[in-house]
Design a binder for this molecule. Structure first.
Ligand SMILES: Cc1cc2nc3c(=O)[nH]c(=O)nc-3n(C[C@H](O)[C@H](O)[C@H](O)COP(=O)(O)OP(=O)(O)OC[C@H]3O[C@@H](n4cnc5c(N)ncnc54)[C@H](O)[C@@H]3O)c2cc1C
Length: 404
């Protein structure tokens, strides 16, 4: 490689992890190509609590003000029974205080975060939509990866990054079938935006619950609502797009309030995200010249509340490990990336597994306990207990503390 030739990286997936990795690798002097399977940025809409490691990375990218400006305004979480009778309420201000994240936090639509990242990086990289990898092979001489795309084109890259989410294509091609690495946490999740059905309190997130089922409806204040349905189920079988409305109607048929109107308003234009809460656990996230980041490597699930945050964190740590561009040090940089991130990720995954059993209350008693805790949050011992369960401490804070 001459001094003037930039090393080339192919990233599979223009999601949170892929776009963040692209930004930082461009900063490090790489030439970046992203392949995105969809014909546009992913449409699925749900609000994420964004803080911790991802927030720190966003600040380094100068995105914090934009994140605050694009926030989805949530005023309060209102816990209700299945007929939408209010049981307990938690203001967003109290929630943020409880998490100890103060102004380093935004509730943001996942799609808005992805768009912000895309706007930042698009003029510096090549993004090919409706495009995907068909096969890939590392050269035995250690000189990079030969890639065949779905349209038959053959290309060569110094590095390939799989940032293609929970059902990663790169992981399947380079490390093995998903089933070997998937740990189902027992829930199905559906999220979508619906027009023309909303409550009368803009910014209120109503959370209706019966044992093993939870329907969250956020009144966006413009006549639209964001719906988030979670239910426990033994089987993790995929629900095909065409069956989603019917499955939700059957599963949440006992619920009243706005739920029936929301579900019956689903039509062909409603883009329903529906998947399982499944962790990914691989013995290693990299080979010589291929690596994984974000959900593809270590899916944390919505239960952790840190999947997007750690997708950005992983992308940043990987790019920093790459350092000054050189094709000689790629394998050791990949090992460094994994060594720095893995202990933190494994801790989050362990914690998430513990939280999973109570993520949706399984009995009337659990529901009562849940409401009790929310009502008594002003007591310091309850506060300490909850804050410990949901700590959003960032990787970088943790590292700084360890150095003291
Ligand atoms: C309901 C819900 C709530 C959540 N709440 C939070 C929260 O509060 N806080 C938080 O931090 N996280 C949260 N998360 C998790 C977070 O959304 C994910 O962890 C995050 O989106 C992972 O980013 P990613 O880039 O790794 O994967 P993705 O966002 O899944 O992006 C992967 C990209 O790869 C593309 N792709 C897939 N296959 C291919 C292929 N073969 N070729 C090319 N491209 C491909 C996809 O189209 C997509 O664009 C939540 C998740 C859900 C479902």
């Amino acid at each position: 490689m001459t001094q003037t030739t930039k090393p080339r990286v192919l990233i599979s997936g223009a999601g949170i992890a892929g776009l963040t990795a692209a930004y930082w690798l461009v900063q490090q002097g790489w030439k970046v190509v992203i392949l995105e399977k969809a014909d546009t940025l992913r449409k699925g809409e749900y609000v994420i609590d964004f803080a911790g490691t991802g927030w720190d990375v966003a600040v380094k990218m100068g995105l914090d003000d934009a994140l605050r400006a694009r926030q989805t305004p949530i005023r309060a979480l209102c816990f209700q029974d299945h007929q939408s009778y209010e049981k307990a309420r938690l203001s967003m201000q109290d929630f943020v205080e409880l998490m100890g994240v103060a102004d380093k936090f935004a509730s943001i639509n996942r799609r808005d975060l992805q768009e912000l990242l895309y706007e930042l990086v698009q003029s510096h990289i090549e993004v090919r939509f409706s495009s995907s990898i068909h096969s890939l092979k590392e050269r035995e001489t250690g000189e990079g990866v030969d890639v065949i795309l779905q349209d038959g084109t053959a290309e060569h890259y110094d590095l390939v990054i799989g940032a293609d989410g929970l059902h990663s294509n790169v992981r399947a091609l380079a490390f093995g079938e998903e089933v070997q690495f998937a740990r189902y946490l027992g829930y199905h999740v559906a999220a979508f935006r619906i027009s023309g059905v909303a409550g009368d309190e803009p910014g209120l997130m109503s959370i209706m619950r019966i044992p093993n089922k939870q329907a969250g409806i956020l009144d966006l204040g413009d006549g639209d609502s964001l719906a988030l349905f979670v239910y426990a189920k033994e089987s993790n079988a995929y629900v095909p797009r065409k069956q989603r409305k019917q499955v939700l109607i059957e599963t949440f048929g006992e619920m009243g309030g706005m739920v029936p109107a929301i579900l019956h308003s689903i039509d062909d234009s409603t883009s329903i995200y529906m998947d399982t809460a499944t962790q990914i656990e691989l013995p290693t996230w990299h080979s010589q010249r291929i690596t994984l980041i974000g959900d593809a490597a270590y899916c944390l699930t919505l239960i952790s509340g840190q999947g997007a945050s750690m997708a950005m964190g992983g992308a940043y740590v990987l790019a920093m490990a790459m350092g000054t561009p050189s094709t000689n040090n790629i394998e050791s940089a990949l090992a460094e990336y994994e060594a720095r991130l893995r202990p933190f990720v494994e801790e989050l995954q362990n914690k998430t597994r513990r939280l999973a059993s109570s993520f949706v209350p399984t009995s009337q008693f659990d529901l009562w306990m849940n409401d009790f805790i929310v009502r008594w949050l002003h007591f310091s011992w309850v506060k300490r207990y909850v804050a410990k369960q949901f700590s959003l401490q960032s990787l970088f804070e943790r590292e700084a503390l360890a150095k003291r």
